[in-house]
Design a protein around this ligand. Structure first.
Ligand code: DGI
Ligand code: FE
Ligand code: FE
Ligand code: FE
Length: 188
């Protein structure tokens, strides 16, 4: 799977605005990979592919999670807006034949994070949060931190996301809390 194959595939599966988001995430991920010494090619591919399942119908996302033991069923107990992440990872592996565990995990955890995130997982999580098209409240301090400390930037993005969910009385996926607990121990 080359970069061009990946772009072609997401172009087919995503509406314009989401496709453009995808390209900005890939570009941001490459910048972060250079900065923090990650594999730039994997960062670019994972960025291009991270939201590939975003527009799969909800019942298909549900069925894919139910039928794949490699995806924890606990995803189904939380909001459907997080389902595209693990399903996208499985799609990339099974339908596109891209067999790369680093990319698989980066896509699986790009929305929720988890404890013990790899360098590439942190980069895709953060690139998705700070790509230049994002304007959610609190994004600017995260962008600034991203130039200084990857862990601190990921921590702040997690804090913002958890706060956002709690303010709306929304459930928070356990891995998101676990990611926060894990990073806050080292970043303070
Ligand atoms: O797919 P994107 O829009 O680019 O971004 P995403 O995959 O990070 O976000 C998907 C949505 O999931 C986002 O609006 C927040 C929402 N969400 C719902 N429950 C949770 C959650 N996000 C996290 N991190 N944890 C949750 O428990
Ligand atoms: Fe996403
Ligand atoms: Fe499978
Ligand atoms: Fe995204």
């Amino acid at each position: 799977m080359t970069k061009d194959d990946a772009i072609k595939k997401v172009r087919e599966l995503l509406p314009d605005a989401r496709y453009e988001h995808t390209l900005r995430v890939a570009e941001t991920a490459v910048t972060l990979a250079k900065q923090y010494g990650a594999d730039q090619e994997k960062a670019e591919l994972a960025g291009i592919l991270h939201d590939i399942a975003k527009y799969f119908p909800e019942d298909e996302l549900y069925r894919t999670i139910s039928s794949h033991p490699e995806i924890p069923n606990v995803f189904l107990n939380y909001h459907s807006s997080i389902w595209h992440a693990p399903v996208g990872a499985v799609y990339v592996q099974e339908q596109l034949g891209l067999l790369d565990l680093d990319i698989y995990n980066a896509i699986t955890y790009h929305t929720t994070g988890r404890a013990g995130m790899s360098l590439l997982e942190k980069i895709i999580f953060l690139a998705d949060y700070i790509e230049p098209g994002r304007d959610h409240p609190g994004v600017e301090p995260v962008r600034k931190l991203a130039n200084k400390s990857l862990d601190q930037a990921v921590s702040l993005a997690l804090v913002n996301t958890i706060n956002y969910l709690i303010e709306r009385y929304s459930p928070v996926f356990p891995d998101t809390i676990a990611a926060y607990n894990d990073l806050i121990r080292t970043t303070g």
